[in-house]
Design a protein around this ligand. Structure first.
Ligand code: SF4
Ligand code: SF4
Length: 368
């Protein structure tokens, strides 16, 4: 496998090392030099020096092929993508924003097609998520293949499988640049209660131990709900104890089907003021694909979707226009005088409205 990836990225070019988050910008001329070089050429001196300085890797005198994977320029300008390999999960969290979590998805041949489309979209940074992605039978092969394509892969997981040797072996072969693991409590009572799964906390902490010992790049996402809000300091302390950075999330969402049944888990004292929505690049520089290879602008705005298995990369061509129309569509907000300072994007506001959520959770008229 390659030591480095050189790739177009948005309006420039970068060199990155699989498994590391830091990248180097490289000029268009130097990227062209790599693109045009014959496979037997030696890694140019400027790149060997930059790689030594950035990542401490020695590439001097090595052939380009097998050392640097040079990604072809793509017709579409995507930089990031995410994929739910499967919506099935081994937990049944009371706050989960996925309503239906059927264990189903593409056959292996179509997974390969899907991953090829991600590569052809130009995306460099690629998240595999779920449900729980690590319980999908095809996860190890899909992860390996995504790495071989020159995607920089991260994982979003509940951590239940991280102590398993077969999973640690997968990550030892190809280090992900990030594994984002959700934290649902600091005690077995709250964690197992929130996931509705006995022994979940024990599996979670064993996964943290195995990952720390293997030096994996975990980031912990502390999910605050009414059940575990009293344990925020302990959850932070747990992250510190294992030496992983953490972030605290306090806002619960409706389900992606617009159901309001999860909103009751919102910790009442943690409905935080949000900044006015400034727009986002969903559909333009990133997209999301569901377990069937259906692409949408993001994980929240899932309607309409485009079939990447039948349409290939062409299925992405209309996403930018869809994103613009979704953001402009006012739906239940037409005539609102406060729309200029609204703090919820339209696709998300639509889900809140469908879920008949209390106004104060997503709208300025809720009187915060
Ligand atoms: S672990 Fe994640 S995907 Fe699974 S039920 Fe919980 S929130 Fe949903
Ligand atoms: S939920 Fe809204 S802000 Fe987030 S990516 Fe989608 S459109 Fe953008």
């Amino acid at each position: 496998m390659h030591d480095l990836i050189a790739s177009p990225f948005l309006d420039g070019h970068v060199a990155v090392q699989p498994g590391r988050r830091e990248g180097l910008r490289i000029g268009a001329g130097r990227f062209r030099e790599l693109l045009d070089a014959p496979p037997q050429a030696i890694v140019p001196g400027w790149l060997a020096k930059a790689a030594r300085n950035a990542w401490g890797v020695a590439l001097d005198g090595r052939r380009l092929d097998g050392t640097v994977l040079v990604r072809q320029p793509a017709a579409l300008g995507y930089g990031r993508a995410s994929w739910e390999i499967n919506k099935g999960c081994d937990y049944d969290c009371e706050h989960c924003y996925l309503g239906l979590k059927n264990f189903e998805g593409l056959a292996w041949n179509d997974k390969v097609k899907m991953l090829n489309v991600v590569r052809d979209s130009g995306a460099l940074w690629f998240q595999i998520t779920g449900g729980e992605p690590l319980i999908d039978r095809d996860f190890p092969a899909a992860y390996q293949y995504a790495n071989e394509l020159g995607l920089m892969v991260s994982i979003a997981s509940n951590g239940s499988q991280l102590s398993k040797p077969r999973i640690q072996e997968v990550f030892a072969r190809h280090r992900p640049y990030l594994i984002a693991v959700s934290v649902y409590g600091a005690t077995a009572a709250s964690y197992d209660g929130m996931t509705r799964n006995r022994g979940a906390f024990d599996r979670f902490t064993k996964g943290l131990e195995a990952s720390r010992d293997a030096g994996l790049p975990l980031k912990l996402n502390i999910v605050v709900s009414e059940r575990n809000a009293g344990e925020i300091p302990q959850m932070r302390a747990l992250a510190d104890r294992y030496g992983f950075p953490h972030h605290v999330f306090t806002t619960m969402s409706p389900t992606i089907e617009g159901g309001g049944e999860r909103l009751g888990t919102q910790a009442a004292d943690y409905v935080m003021p949000r900044k006015p929505f400034q727009g986002c690049n969903a559909g333009h520089t990133f997209f999301h694909a569901d377990p069937w290879g259906k692409a949408s602008i993001c994980k929240v705005g899932r309607d309409p979707q485009f079939d990447l298995i039948t349409d290939g990369v062409d299925g992405l061509r209309r996403l930018g226009a869809v994103a613009d129309s979704l953001q402009l569509r006012t739906g239940g907000c037409s005539g609102c005088a406060l729309s200029g300072t609204c703090f919820t994007c339209r696709p998300l506001a639509k889900l809140y409205q469908e879920a008949k959520a209390p106004l104060n959770t997503y709208c300025q008229h809720g009187g915060r």
